[in-house]
Design a protein around this ligand. Structure first.
Ligand code: ADP
Length: 454
């Protein structure tokens, strides 16, 4: 047993005061000064499906390429250099990620202020592996190899204010680091359970998947393989409970096998966890067979067991916005409320929709370039408030219309917003080669119609 720290400290004090005065010990060496106060910025490079290059080689080549360039660092793609045959052969795209928060609070980041951290990955094209052993209809869980092609771009497409995405990413990164360094959980406690709660359609499930995908990329030098197991708690518990027991056992046996491989990073996504609470309540009130409570308890026990494995992150979602009456909510370290999109988020979501429709030729582009440039919310607000810009309103006509549309969509979920352009298109009397301005007018009408039906 390790000595009790308090007792050994007391002994140390006692023996020090008993000994004769001695010359003061030499001062300890100064800690090394960290001269590097550059901002770490992630640069992600996606390999071509055909590439067989070593990730380390590609990373070094990109680091050399970045050293040679005087880039300003802002989220977005960096062209793959055509004069580098190794990179052009192997790399599909390179992207600077997650500088948004910094750029909003400070200003643009120039290359000498930045320490690029390069992450190279290849997408898995395997698709989901479904488990249909339940009632043969609904899969009780899906399994994905990460990073998966299906989740590519999901992180970027989710728009939230207040740094929610960054907070989740930093939280998960700290949890993995503490685990990696073997921090004693009795001294510093933390676990790897995240709960996202809020109204339906606010992107919680997508955010969990996108976070798992991001982490699989960011931690691929430590964990050579990452997997996501998606459990639909609702479908797990809507089956006969005698079946549920077997399913839970089977599911966790599978997860346990994955976790035993220490280079494997495993994400377990449990959607709609409130159905666990509902099952428990129903059992207590006697409206469900009493073994349902055993199943819920078995699931919670299994989750607790999993917590001791360092390479698991449990992601949960709930549509209940008030307090969730369920035991393991207390176990979640991070509980984040995900609300309906704010005006700025609505503007940005609709802006991304419009840009996609122009890019794919559904809407005509009057601007003289291959994609539609609509200023983002922050710069649009700034420009509209300048008197000289108010005179030059035609230039910002589209922004203003987009802002009106975003205002008209107050109360809509992110899911409804992403559907709105489709519904608008279907409502057009002449849907061919429509111009963005007319489209936006129609969109306001469609939004009002949709909201009136809520
Ligand atoms: P939830 O789990 O909260 O019900 P989902 O993850 O199923 O929500 O969201 C459905 C879709 O709605 C997402 O895939 C995304 O396209 C869209 N969506 C929701 N919220 C947002 C958001 N804040 N930004 C961008 N898209 C969003």
């Amino acid at each position: 047993n390790p000595p009790d720290p308090d007792i050994s400290d007391q002994n140390a004090v006692a023996s020090a005061s008993a000994s004769a005065p001695s010359p003061p010990p030499p001062p300890p060496p100064l800690p090394p000064v960290l001269a590097d106060d550059r901002v770490s910025v992630s640069v992600e490079a996606c390999l071509k499906p055909s590439s067989t290059a070593r990730i380390d080689d590609v990373r070094s080549a990109i680091e050399r390429m970045l050293e040679k360039r005087s880039l300003s660092y802002i989220d977005g793609p960096i062209p793959v250099p055509l004069d580098d045959p190794f990179l052009t052969e192997n790399v599909e795209r390179i992207r600077i990620c997650d500088t948004d928060e910094w750029v909003q609070n400070h200003e643009i980041l120039l290359f000498w202020q930045v320490k690029p951290v390069v992450h190279v990955f290849q997408l898995s094209e395997e698709g989901p592996c479904e488990d249909l052993s339940g009632d043969g209809q609904l899969p009780s869980f899906n399994e994905w190899m990460l990073p998966a092609k299906e989740f590519d771009g999901m992180w970027e497409s989710l728009i939230y204010e207040s740094g929610l995405k960054q907070r989740l990413l930093r939280y998960a990164a700290s949890a993995l680091l503490f685990t990696e360094k073997g921090i004693d959980p009795f001294l510093v406690s933390w676990n790897r359970i995240i709960l996202l709660h809020g109204p339906p359609g606010t992107g919680k499930t997508s955010l969990c998947k996108a976070l798992a995908q991001k982490l699989s990329i960011r931690f691929n030098s430590r964990y050579t393989q990452s997997q996501l197991v998606e459990v639909n708690a609702h479908s797990l518990f809507s089956k006969w409970f005698s079946e549920s027991g077997k399913l839970v056992a089977k599911l966790f046996q599978k997860i346990q096998e994955m976790v035993e491989e220490e280079n494997n990073l495993v994400f377990v996504l449990i959607d709609e966890v409130e159905s666990l609470a509902a099952a428990r309540k129903a059992a207590l009130s006697g409206s469900e067979p009493s073994d349902s409570i055993r199943v819920v308890n078995a699931l919670l026990t299994q989750m607790d067991k999993l917590k001791s494995s360092p390479n698991v992150i449990i992601l949960t979602t709930s549509n209940i916005t008030t307090a969730i009456d369920i035991a393991f909510v207390d176990r979640a370290d991070i509980k984040a409320y995900v609300g309906p999109p704010t005006l700025q988020a609505r503007y940005e979501i609709l802006r991304s929709c419009l840009q996609e429709l122009v890019k794919k030729g559904i809407l005509s582009n009057f601007q003289d370039c291959d994609h539609l440039v609509i200023p983002n919310f922050a710069s649009m607000k700034e420009k509209l408030s300048m008197p000289e810009m108010q005179e030059a309103q035609t230039k910002f006509h589209l922004c203003k219309q987009l802002l009106e549309a975003a205002e008209a969509c107050e109360g809509m979920s992110g899911r409804s917003l992403r559907k709105l352009p489709f519904l608008t298109h279907a409502a057009l009397s002449n849907p061919y080669n429509c111009d963005p301005s007319k489209f936006l007018c129609k969109m306001v009408d469609t939004a009002r119609g949709e909201l009136s039906e809520l």
